[in-house]
Design a protein around this ligand. Structure first.
Ligand code: ZN
Ligand code: ZN
Length: 348
């Protein structure tokens, strides 16, 4: 089968590799759409340590079932499916508590780190345990279904944050995850969502998606701007979809007393902490990792039209163009949102 292989850092090659074998509890999925994630783009140069070559990356995908293992019930060849990017065991203590993102035996598709290497979805086929699958309604295209994984990241971040009706929320970073978080916050009842970014095209998109105000942090200090906009009260909750020293500091300093900062992005592994602010204002700071059981909610919100993922799909390109689109995304192309690869080469 065709696959996009990363044989060494900064190199992507289309290669012919064997179709993966599937076990008795697994299915073989023919990939029809697979999104390029920011974590793949940042993984390519080795800076994250989470994509150790050789590796086939890719963890946001959908497709049709090609074949099912002997123990698999409930799925048949031809079914349209998407799947969790986390392969969880289902039996450890965390999994039994419903926290599958904390699974002690967790592997992430398309990730290779010191503990494991798991082939991903930038390929014609993937072998996957059936318990991580979700059927997708016929009303959703394969490309839209490949957006369920990143949407679940935004839904998870909002669901672990104490959001109340009419709250003021701050979202830092208007990329795909930030814009999805904005939309989810509006549905969760926030009446004022302020979005911060350094790219005017991204801020314009945030306004189109319902942001109350936007702040271009190249020209204005986000903390000042927010206290001016919100009558110096500060935001009730904040979400950092970037994860740099400046964005983490802003997401903390912009909060009201007792507010919560949820950190989704982690571009920098370590940042400083405005400790006095955190303690004297009794702020809560938490990380948000992947998702745990939010897929059905994402599918319902997309099916009902509550969440717009279509306008975040910039391109659907054949697998052969992977290298080109990785480079376009790495150069930070402003209004280039999600690029989805289609291993079948046709339109999705
Ligand atoms: Zn991703
Ligand atoms: Zn587990």
């Amino acid at each position: 089968m065709k696959a996009v292989m990363m044989p060494e850092y900064n190199v992507l090659e289309l290669r012919e590799i064997p179709v993966p074998e599937y076990g008795p509890d697994e299915v073989l999925v023919r990939i029809r759409a697979t999104g390029i994630c920011g974590s793949d783009v940042h993984g390519l140069d080795g800076s994250t340590g989470r994509r150790i070559p050789p590796l086939v990356m890719g963890h946001e995908a959908s497709g049709t079932i090609e074949a099912v293992g002997v123990n698999v019930a409930g799925y048949l060849p031809g079914d349209h499916v998407t799947f969790d990017s986390t392969i969880y065991c289902g039996t450890c203590r965390a999994c039994r508590n419903g926290d599958v993102n904390f699974c002690e035996n967790r592997q992430v598709l398309g990730v290779a780190c010191d503990e494991y290497s798991r082939q991903g979805t930038f390929a014609e086929f993937a072998a996957l345990p059936s318990h991580i699958l979700y059927k997708i309604p016929l009303g959703l295209s394969f490309a839209e279904a490949a957006m369920i994984e990143p949407l679940s990241v935004a839904v998870h971040a909002v669901s672990i944050t104490p959001v109340a009706l009419a709250d003021t929320a701050l979202v830092i970073g208007a990329g795909v995850i930030g814009l999805m978080t904005l939309q989810v916050l509006l549905h969760a009842g926030c009446s004022r969502v302020i979005v911060v970014d350094i790219d005017p095209r991204r801020l314009k998109k945030a306004e189109q998606m319902g942001a109350w105000r936007t702040v271009d942090s190249r020209h204005a200090d986000p903390e000042d701007a927010i206290s001016r906009m919100n009558g110096s009260k500060g935001a009730d909750v904040s979400f950092d979809a970037v994860g740099l020293a400046d964005t983490v500091r802003s997401s903390i300093n912009a909060l009201r007393r007792g507010g919560t900062a949820t950190i989704i992005g982690n571009l920098t592994p370590e940042v400083g902490l405005p400790l006095q602010m955190v303690v004297s204002r009794q702020l809560r700071i938490q990380g948000s990792n992947a998702s745990s059981g939010e897929y059905p909610a994402c599918i319902r919100m997309m099916e009902s039209g509550q969440i717009d993922v279509k306008s975040l799909i910039s391109r659907v390109a054949p697998l052969e163009e992977a290298d080109r689109w990785f480079r376009e995304l790495a150069s930070g192309g402003g209004d280039l949102w999600k690029v989805i690869l289609d291993p079948t080469g046709g339109s999705v």
